[in-house]
Design a protein around this ligand. Structure first.
Ligand SMILES: Cc1cc2nc3c(=O)[nH]c(=O)nc-3n(C[C@H](O)[C@H](O)[C@H](O)COP(=O)(O)OP(=O)(O)OC[C@H]3O[C@@H](n4cnc5c(N)ncnc54)[C@H](O)[C@@H]3O)c2cc1C
Ligand SMILES: NC(=O)c1ccc[n+]([C@@H]2O[C@H](COP(=O)([O-])OP(=O)(O)OC[C@H]3O[C@@H](n4cnc5c(N)ncnc54)[C@H](OP(=O)(O)O)[C@@H]3O)[C@@H](O)[C@H]2O)c1
Length: 272
């Protein structure tokens, strides 16, 4: 038995005594910085696609070490999926990246968040703007029938430093049209606009720059963003969110919330 497996089993045994333990069913590593995993879903857990929960492991002090995570699976899925960074010295992810099927994690079943359809007024076209792991809430929303029922056109932009950073999203989107539940709804409605900033790919540059100079609209052959037709959800670093908010406001869109739906909503992908 390897040292790591022993560690996982010891952790799992300890967590099993907690009320919020869920079992890992699948783990996929996308790069040395990114992985995704699926866990069992508490039967009582209801959430709206786009929301986040607190998940984690037991800390060395025996107390739960929890972090916010967007649920990447849609609300109808029997399991829960998460898409995660691996921060080499991160208190949680330095350990979480080693989980294996059969291990247990802690999941607090209290979903919250602003990246939900309820926080937007009706519109014709919806934009999902993501950087890095900020793709996670959109992995949920892109698999939700409500997204395609509510809008004529769905545009997902994902900006990463490298091509490897795009891979989880690229594969998920590629499979959408074959999905038995929403495949037919997706066909002809979904536009995917991936960009990279530090490695060559078909679309290079920050999405903010490509919006400002009109490249995105030209590439997609569409009209610029307007408050009459467009709605947007944004998820990335604090700087990305700030810059995109500024841009969306310049098009005339206003920030909404659960209690006051408007034209766009924003959520942090991480702090720092
Ligand atoms: C609302 C919300 C939703 C979130 N959803 C996700 C999610 O779906 N997937 C996910 O991987 N993380 C998500 N995070 C970040 C997550 O909560 C943790 O920060 C992350 O798991 C790292 O935990 P850690 O203890 O290893 O390091 P921390 O001590 O939490 O972070 C250390 C440093 O690593 C960097 N960092 C942390 N998270 C990220 C990230 N996701 N991408 C790039 N750099 C990062 C930051 O510079 C941070 O200061 C979310 C955060 C918030 C606030
Ligand atoms: N991703 C990696 O391979 C890598 C490797 C080692 C360490 N790290 C560390 O991990 C942390 C997070 O890295 P990350 O790559 O996940 O997230 P990130 O730094 O937020 O970058 C993700 C993508 O968003 C773009 N971006 C950042 N700020 C923006 C803004 N204000 N407007 C528009 N686009 C913006 C970046 O472009 P730019 O490239 O132009 O910034 C990049 O393409 C950082 O502290 C980093 O130092 C990352």
């Amino acid at each position: 038995m390897t040292e790591l497996t022993e560690l996982n089993q010891a952790t799992a045994t300890k967590i099993a005594t907690l009320p919020d333990a869920q079992t890992v069913t699948e783990v996929r590593h996308w790069s040395d910085r990114l992985f995704s995993f699926r866990v069992t879903r508490p039967r009582s857990l209801r959430f709206r696609s786009g929301e986040f929960v607190m998940i984690g492991l037991l800390g060395d002090n025996g107390k739960p070490l929890l972090r916010a995570y967007s649920i990447a699976s849609p609300s109808w899925d029997e399991e829960l999926e998460f898409y995660s960074i691996k921060v080499p010295d991160g208190p949680l992810t330095s350990r979480l990246q080693h989980i294996q099927p059969g291990d247990e994690i802690i999941l607090r079943p209290k979903p919250v968040g602003t990246l939900v359809h309820d926080a937007l007024l009706p519109g014709k076209r919806i934009w999902f703007f993501a950087t890095g792991t900020g793709f996670a809430p959109f992995a949920s929303l892109l698999r939700d029938p409500e997204t395609y029922e509510n809008y004529d056109e769905v545009i997902i932009t994902h900006t990463c430093r490298t091509v490897a950073g795009l891979e989880y999203g690229r594969q998920l989107i590629e499979k959408l049209e074959e999905d038995p539940l929403i495949g037919e709804m997706v066909a002809g409605k979904l536009r995917y606009y991936p960009t990279t900033t530090r490695e060559d790919s078909p679309h290079m540059g920050r999405i903010t720059t490509l919006l400002k100079d009109g490249t995105v609209f030209r590439d997609l052959g569409i009209d610029p963003i307007s408050p009459e037709t467009d709605r947007a959800m944004v998820c990335g670093s604090l700087n990305f969110n700030r810059d995109l908010k500024e841009l969306l406001e310049s098009y005339g869109l206003r920030e909404g919330a659960n209690s006051e739906p408007r034209e766009y909503v924003v959520e942090k992908a991480f702090v720092g």
